[in-house]
Design a protein around this ligand. Structure first.
Ligand SMILES: [Zn+2]
Length: 182
């Protein structure tokens, strides 16, 4: 089951410029992704599968991120590697994001949101790995206030999952919400 608020985010993602295979593109795309909010360390991190970070991207100290590689390749994202900042484009496998939601813990809740991606990007069937990214807007768990997030993240437009569900029911897209917020 894909929650309504997640569908709402996916509807505002860019269409994939690639119908299949992998390609390097230099462009600006809008994607959807998740972050884990490590409340105890006051950090926004890539989500985890089990105990392992699923995504190879670095901690997001600010809402802007530059790809880095833990395997040490020179130019993330690299075709031979798994590095880069991950996001899903329209039509991508939302089941990955739903999995995060199903394994979400109350200690480390997940944020989901729209990101602008640019620079060099590898587009494949699982989504896109980009060189640069910026969080444009985030959907928070219903019991989280934006004022609890790490300071640099408090300026990112945010709303709760319930509010996003209501907006979609009123026919307001995530893009329209972002225009209104900024
Ligand atoms: Zn790499």
């Amino acid at each position: 089951m894909i929650p309504v608020w997640l569908e709402w985010l996916m509807e505002s993602a860019s269409d994939s410029p690639w119908s299949g295979g992998t390609g390097g593109v230099t462009t600006s795309l809008i994607g959807v992704r998740a972050w884990m909010w490590d409340y105890e360390c006051d950090e926004i991190l890539p989500p985890v599968f089990g105990l392992l970070p699923r995504f190879n991207d670095p901690p997001w100290v600010t809402p802007k991120a530059v790809a880095a590689c833990i395997s040490g390749c020179n130019s993330p994202p690299n075709e031979m590697c798994e590095c880069g900042i991950y996001a899903l484009l329209k039509g991508g496998k939302v089941s990955y994001l739903v999995h995060f939601l199903e394994t979400e813990s109350s200690v480390f809740p997940y944020l989901f949101g729209l990101v602008r991606l640019w620079g060099r990007a590898m587009v494949g069937e699982l989504g896109v790995r980009a060189q640069f990214a910026e969080a444009l807007g985030v959907v928070l768990p219903d019991d989280v206030s934006p004022w609890e997030l790490p300071k640099p993240w408090r300026r990112v437009p945010s709303l709760t999952r319930s509010e996003a569900t209501q907006l979609r029911a009123s026919g307001v897209s995530a893009e329209e919400w972002l225009i209104y917020e900024s």
